[in-house]
Design a protein around this ligand. Structure first.
Ligand SMILES: Cc1ncc(C[n+]2csc(CCOP(=O)(O)OP(=O)(O)O)c2C)c(N)n1
Ligand SMILES: [Mg+2]
Length: 336
């Protein structure tokens, strides 16, 4: 595969980014257990190759939209981990002043436009960014992450249809992790591969091993090339698995332990490390340093977050939109 031959420095950077996401979410899990972080927390541990593989092929001025399980997507697009963790911890120094939390991340400066708790809700929004990009003619693209469950939502189908019809530069990234909440894929659709839907709407699509960073990058590289050239949307389905419950605290009794063990064997970080070691581009010592540095960076983010102030009560209506008007917003501005 072409991407395996890439510059070792680039590959090490990707491994670092995957470790940063893993360490970030493991720290969140620990903070959640201590009730330092509250609310619903959906972790994407085990899905890091999709986030990093996809975002590593995007430009800084490309747009990314996420969903309820999007910490990794934001970090992969370049979000600042201090502000991200502060947001999830509900602090004023967070990306949205601590009012959005885990499911409503905005990191506009790096092109992470928004996430949402409404399943499938950002798919049509990505079309808007893609439409604007097409008008602007700067060859920007918009990518949107969503799960297999979102494939059963109306806005998913409407968006695929319009994106195809209007040849919008949007890349649909489906993280097919085999479950929508506690429901296995086979119980929520007869369509085993979500890429089939794309083909129905005339959109080129591929299904790849989402735990293989190189496979994701290969598919994404081709998708970005087509999209930037003005050939309309592309659909990339990544088969993966979340190694945690649907949310932190979910006992996940719907999943066989043997299934979990099988997926642990396919841990995307360990897989990249194995490839690099085999090519003598990574020593055990270097790998340990990468993990340690990621954990240290995340510890600093936690210190920053937990020592940050809560949002002021007088600012309760700041950054709030009503009927197209906004009240005291500083963080939001039209897309550039
Ligand atoms: C419109 C809407 N319907 C239902 C829900 C409840 N809900 C939250 S997450 C989820 C499952 C989503 O599954 P999937 O899209 O596969 O994403 P995953 O959780 O696997 O990452 C559901 C049904 C919701 N948040 N929004
Ligand atoms: Mg799913």
């Amino acid at each position: 595969m072409a991407s395996k031959r890439e510059n070792p420095r680039v590959l090490l950077d990707l491994l670092r980014r995957m470790w940063l996401i893993r360490a970030f979410e493991e720290k969140l899990s620990a903070l959640y257990a201590e009730r330092q972080v509250v609310g619903l927390l959906h972790l994407g541990i085990g899905q890091e190759a999709v986030a990093v593989g996809v975002c590593s092929l995007l430009r800084g001025d490309d747009y990314v939209y996420g969903g309820h399980r999007s910490h990794g997507h934001a970090i992969a697009k370049g979000a600042d981990v201090n502000r991200l963790m502060a947001e999830i911890a509900g602090r004023a120094t967070g990306y949205c002043g601590g009012k959005g939390g885990s499911m409503h991340i905005v990191a506009k400066e790096c092109g992470f436009i928004t996430a949402t708790g409404v399943v499938g809700g950002t798919i049509p929004l990505a079309l808007g960014a893609a439409f604007a990009a097409k008008e602007r003619k700067k060859r920007q693209v918009a990518a949107v992450f969503f799960g297999d469950g979102a494939g059963q939502a109306g806005p998913f189908h409407e968006s695929l249809n319009i994106a195809s019809l209007w040849r919008l530069p949007v890349i649909f990234v489906c993280e097919n992790n085999g479950y929508a909440e506690f429901t296995p894929l086979s119980a929520h659709t007869k369509v085993e591969r979500l890429a089939q839907h794309a083909k129905t709407y005339g959109i080129p699509a591929s299904t790849v091993d989402g735990n293989d960073l190189f496979a994701v990058r290969d598919a994404m590289g081709k998708a970005v090339e087509k999209c930037r050239a003005g050939n309309g949307p592309v659909f990339v389905e990544c088969l993966t698995h979340r190694l945690r419950g649907h949310y932190e605290g979910d006992p996940a009794k719907y999943r066989e332990l043997s299934q979990l063990a099988e997926w642990k064997e396919k841990d995307p970080i360990a897989r990249v490390a194995r490839v690099l070691k085999k090519k003598n581009q990574l020593s055990e010592k270097r790998l340990e340093t990468i993990e340690r540095q990621a954990r240290e960076q995340v510890e600093r983010a936690a210190d920053f977050s937990l020592s940050s102030p809560w949002p002021a009560s007088g600012d309760v209506d700041g950054q709030v939109y009503t009927n197209g008007y906004h009240v005291g917003a500083q963080n939001f501005a039209p897309l550039r």
